[in-house]
Design a protein around this ligand. Structure first.
Ligand code: MRU
Length: 354
């Protein structure tokens, strides 16, 4: 059985730092390059952060929440540095803030964490400016607010891990989809946070990672991350999960979430719904792990969650004349197929989310 995961081998996915000259700079793992290369990108440009989110250089719901927050903080820094605008009045500051927040929040539509992270910064900036603070004060407040969000994310993930690990049997063989690991968060992960916490308690025999077509987050990211952490991992193609369950090789399915409606319906990477159907057919418990910030109480049910459709080239890199491609990035798993939703506050039946 696994012993303590080697978390020291995992990078921090995203981090706002102060560079030598005192300026804020976002440092993040460029996930497009994994598993071939572990490379960090650095930027002070909020527009580059928006591009990083769109292009999946930074991906995973909590990680893009942190990226969105950092983008607003970098804008605030740029705004404070700009001579022409440093002394502008509060109302022009606030209208620019609105414009930037809207642009950042719309980089990807499904994960509610992005607009949640942006809204947290918007509140912090408005509060500071309406209280009479200048652009520099607002920029400093936003830097601190991003650091607090980063710390909250890791703490939430560790709590999710502890609550989720308690649900798993000893010797658990866990199937997961996409990457809801440390790479999808600031650090530690949600679904894989449960794996790490369970492994530390000697409970994990093996993780099966779905390849996760079309972008391969399971094959490229989950396998890389688990191997680095010393967790036994087996890669399967997405179409192998049914056979694996039929052989009795899966004790639990554990996945992340991009948005959870008030009734417990869960949007997550395309293919999650199919896994939930298979899990029900084979009597395997299906668990969803996500911070409370992924719950969108404004939406009563999953059909209201906007589903991102991405470039057909992700599915068919070399177009074939006369062939259309449908490439939804997420699907919705009905609450009825979910055994528990695990947040930092505990493990809940989907209908009982706080
Ligand atoms: O398109 P991606 O890679 O951002 O999709 C990520 C997922 O679907 C994850 O499962 C989800 O964001 C949860 S991450 C803790």
């Amino acid at each position: 059985m696994t012993s303590a995961p080697r978390l020291e081998n995992l990078p921090r996915t995203i981090e706002l730092v102060r560079a030598a000259d005192g300026k804020a700079e976002l440092v993040y793992v460029d996930q497009r390059l994994l598993p071939g290369e572990l490379a960090y990108a650095r930027t002070r440009d909020w527009r580059a952060v928006v591009d990083a989110v769109r292009s999946l250089a930074v991906r995973g719901a909590p990680a893009i929440g942190a990226a969105g927050a950092a983008a607003v903080a970098l804008w605030a820094q740029e705004r404070a540095e700009s001579r022409a605008f440093a002394d502008a009045d509060a109302s022009s500051y606030l209208s620019e803030l609105e414009h930037v927040c809207a642009q950042v929040a719309s980089a990807r539509p499904t994960a509610v964490n992005l607009s949640w992270g942006v809204a947290r910064m918007r509140r912090a900036a408005r509060g500071r400016v309406l209280a009479g603070g200048g652009a520099e004060e607002a920029a400093a407040a936003l830097f601190d607010a991003v650091k607090a969000l980063e710390a909250d994310d890791e703490a939430a993930n560790r709590a999710i891990g502890a609550h989720g690990a308690a649900l798993l049997p000893k010797g658990a063989r866990i199937l997961t989809h996409c990457n809801a690991g440390s790479l999808a968060t600031v650090f530690f992960g949600t679904a894989l946070g449960i794996v790490y916490a369970a492994a530390a308690r000697g409970k994990v025999a093996r993780v099966y990672a779905d390849e996760t077509r079309p972008v391969g987050q399971g094959a490229r990211l989950t396998c890389w991350e688990l191997a680095r952490a010393g967790i036994p991992v087996t890669l399967i193609c997405d179409n192998m999960a049914a056979s694996l369950m039929a052989k009795g090789e899966v004790d639990a399915v554990v996945v992340g979430a991009d948005r959870i409606a008030a009734n417990g319906d869960v949007a997550n990477k395309i293919g999650t719904y199919g896994l939930a159907v298979l899990a029900r057919r084979h009597g395997v418990p299906f668990y969803v792990a996500a911070p409370a910030s992924t719950v969108d109480k404004a939406l009563s049910e999953g059909s209201q969650i906007p589903i991102e459709e991405r470039d057909p080239a992700e599915v068919l890199p070399h177009p074939i004349a006369g062939v259309e491609v449908w490439n939804p990035s997420f699907d919705v798993t009905p609450a009825a197929l979910i055994a528990r939703i695990v947040t930092e506050d505990g493990a809940f039946a989907p209908g009982d989310l706080p």
